[in-house]
Design a protein around this ligand. Structure first.
Ligand code: CU
Ligand code: CU
Length: 386
């Protein structure tokens, strides 16, 4: 930890970088669309360094933030310490070795009733190269599994609590009394409820146990996609991206970090991710061929930040705003569309030219903290095929 922070503090050119990184990041992203995958990854890693350095220098000789337990609502005096961008020297290799969360939308199960069983586990996950975090994972990972059903099917949800404290599951896709269906499940117990997927769209699910801020920030969230009874135009690739942010009480390098309530209250994340790991689709791009229809289902799980979804180098042909799949409500020719915390939206894009097209939350602090990936169209010269 100390080594990494000292390394970042030591840079003599930090002042210049701090002033330039807004514009620099825009240039970096434009470069990403043109550069090779490896070069692109390096550029993003550099930008993460730059923001860390900038933040680090702003915090006056920071006293470490006192870890605040998730049930503790106390505040504290003094500045909070940012661990944004703090990662080991072999971060590039670790990012390449990381197995990315599969963004591919799974098939809809057959039958009128779809059984979904999740076993909640307390688990240490990696949220950025070499950065470990003590999470609470639906099915032992962050985010939880992607659930995919068709409008009219019944979801029969069973949550088994394999963790140490009570948890629950709240489906935004359900019209159901929350005190009955979203109730706390004690450790060692299971609970089952059903709802009919009446409304098509892409929705968030999450643990609703208090303090919800801590349960979401610890990774208890995921996406459910409900296909409309009248299908959308068939897409060649369907990818699900769940935005989330992490608030760390330490850098997570030598030992896993845990949740910091004070930083969550002030919305000062250390890492901001798509599908639980900073920049994972830069190292492992999502792919399509020229002119294929690519559909992104985007959820902003937060707990507190929006995703301002944008693909560099193109324009969305169609946006289904807020996950509203009614074709008469769709928008066309859109550059950026906001996905609110706790909401979702669906984005169709068709790109004719080979290349590397970064997808981001255009709230650029989030880009610097890891909410960036690449859509690789075709096999552009110099890019790696894998
Ligand atoms: Cu929980
Ligand atoms: Cu909610």
């Amino acid at each position: 930890m100390r080594k990494a922070r000292n390394r970042i503090r030591a840079g003599p050119e930090g002042g210049a970088r701090e002033g330039a990184y807004g514009l620099g990041m825009i240039k970096t992203l434009i470069a990403l669309a043109l550069a090779t995958t490896v070069a692109a990854f390096t550029a993003v890693v550099f930008s993460l360094d730059a923001v860390s350095q900038a933040r680090d220098e702003k915090a006056p000789a920071a006293a470490p933030a006192t870890p605040v337990a998730s049930h503790d609502h106390s505040t504290e005096a003094g500045p909070l310490t940012s661990f944004a961008g703090v990662k080991p020297d072999d971060a590039d290799e670790l990012a390449m070795a990381h197995e990315p969360y599969s963004a591919e939308l799974p098939a809809v199960p057959a039958g009128d009733v779809v059984n979904v069983h999740m076993v909640l586990k307390d688990v240490t996950v990696e949220i950025a190269p070499g950065v470990k975090y003590n999470a609470w994972g639906f099915e032992g990972g962050v985010p939880g599994p992607i659930v995919h059903v068709r409008q009219g099917q019944t979801v029969r949800m069973t949550l088994t609590n394999g963790g140490a404290i009570p948890h629950s599951i709240d489906y935004h896709a359900a019209r159901i009394a929350p005190n009955r269906a979203f109730r706390d499940v004690n450790p060692g117990e299971s609970f089952t409820f059903e709802f009919v997927a009446k409304d098509p769209g892409v929705f968030m699910y999450h643990c609703g146990t208090k303090p919800v801020l801590a349960h979401i920030a610890n990774g208890m969230y995921g996406a459910i996609v409900i296909d409309p009874a009248q299908p959308l135009p068939k897409a060649d690739h369907e990818y699900v991206l769940v935005g989330g942010e992490f608030y760390l009480d330490g850098p997570g390098l030598d030992e896993p970090a845990s949740f910091d309530m004070a930083k969550a209250h002030t919305m000062m994340p250390d890492w901001v991710t798509f599908n639980g790991y900073a920049g994972q689709y830069v190292a492992h791009p999502l792919t399509a061929d020229p002119n294929e229809l690519v559909r992104f289902y985007v959820v902003a799980a937060g707990p507190s930040l929006d995703v301002d979804f944008h693909v560099v180098g193109t324009i969305f042909d169609t946006v289904y705003p807020f996950g509203d799949m009614h074709s008469g409500h769709a928008l066309h020719g859109v550059q950026t569309f906001p996905v609110p915390a706790g909401g979702g939206a669906v984005f169709d894009v068709r790109i004719p030219d080979e290349g590397l097209y970064p997808f981001v939350s255009h709230s650029f602090s989030s880009v610097d903290l890891g909410q960036v990936g690449l859509l690789k169209i075709g096999d552009p010269p110099g890019s790696m095929s894998h």
